[in-house]
Design a binder for this molecule. Sequence first.
Ligand code: MN
Length: 259
Amino acid sequence: MRILICNDDGIHARGLRDLALALSDLGEVTVAAPDRARSASGHSITLHKPLRADRVTVPGATEAYSVSGTPTDCVALALRHLLRERPDLVVSGINHGPNLGWDLTYSGTVAAAIEGALLGVPAMAISLAGRGIDLSFQHAARCARLLGEAFCRRSIPPFTLLNVNVPWLGTQPPHGIQVTRQGKRRFDGGIVERQDPGGRPYYWLGGETPEDELTPGTDTRAIMDGFISVTPVHLNLTAVELLPEIETWDLDSHWPRTT
Ligand code: MN
């Protein structure tokens, strides 16, 4: 099996290094990752400046590139140009921090997996739902390995991916693995306003504790309960249940026609 690894924490991040080692004996591992931390970059791409891809060494990988772009740039560049052969799986992570509920559209980690899925390669994003600098990726790496083995035997339909989150329980392993649906996670706390030395205000987003939906069966709930969460994700954002309602707005009949 050929595996492409990417992330949004950058090519030097411990989570990516541990992931490459964990998957290295499942097949041929290649890496294309941002040259610096690019968390919360979403699905953005670089269109107005050139990209560089420098060959680097990552233990466990046969080939590795440090790319001067976003996580999505890395996957697009690798799949469309850098790799000689198409991989069988794209794995993004292991992210340092959770990607749960509505985090998904902010996440560079998930976006890299989405790009893999859009380009027709089965993909998964994996995140360690812990904060702090001294946490270990050991259990998350073992989980990545278990899922990598599952992808050797199984597949998912085109344009879908798995979003995996591993709880942080200190040195304790997670209690088990639950298949979940995307929950709700809202960041609607205050924004911090401060003053710069010139007396002008500046602002900080983020940092507040999110409000999670804790309905059983959701990713947010599984992590709170200490379980690994595996959510199948697709890219169709249509609110199908709203189609009949919006049809009743009768927009088309109000559009002036000249003929
Ligand atoms: Mn990140």
